[in-house]
Design a protein around this ligand. Structure first.
Ligand SMILES: [Cu+2]
Length: 150
């Protein structure tokens, strides 16, 4: 879960309300229920994809749940977070960390430009509520692996 030294990750087109995430250290928050039939998935890239140059559009898909910006309190909505090279899920009763391994798409984005350094990387989506806390039960995608050639 710790950020890996040497990983340089840039999100190229992301308007992130950083101030809205500074409350991430607050303890135990009530968790919003996930709709029982809700699903989240990575539309692109696909598992095993080799991405020349390391720059790509991450495309995020949901079913039976809406996407709303961070801070918007509306039932059956959440926003996407991308976990990059994260082995274990972050604590589920707290706001998702905000660092280069845990990217918040608090604008309600469903497509975002990502750049990864050469090597093999895992990608997984985890949805969070208005306060960035995972839903209950946590709504996440399958974890995929992509390779960026040297
Ligand atoms: Cu968030």
């Amino acid at each position: 879960m710790a950020a890996q030294p040497g990983i340089v990750l840039r999100v190229l087109s992301l308007a992130l309300p950083l101030a809205a995430i500074s409350a991430a250290a607050l303890p135990v928050l009530a968790r919003e229920p996930a709709p029982p039939d809700a699903r989240v998935r990575i539309i692109w890239p696909s598992n095993g994809q080799v991405i020349k140059g390391g720059k790509f559009w991450l495309r995020m898909g949901t079913s039976n749940i809406g996407v709303a910006p961070a801070g918007v309190q509306k039932p059956k909505t959440a926003h996407h977070h991308l976990l990059v090279d994260v082995a274990d899920l972050p604590p589920l009763d707290q706001a998702i960390p905000n660092n280069s391994n845990h990217l918040h798409f608090g604008g309600g984005q469903t497509e975002v430009r990502i750049e990864l350094p050469p090597g093999q990387h895992t990608l997984q989506l985890l949805m969070g509520d208005a306060e960035h806390v995972p839903l209950d039960p946590p709504l996440m995608s399958k974890k995929i692996t992509v390779t960026i050639p040297e």
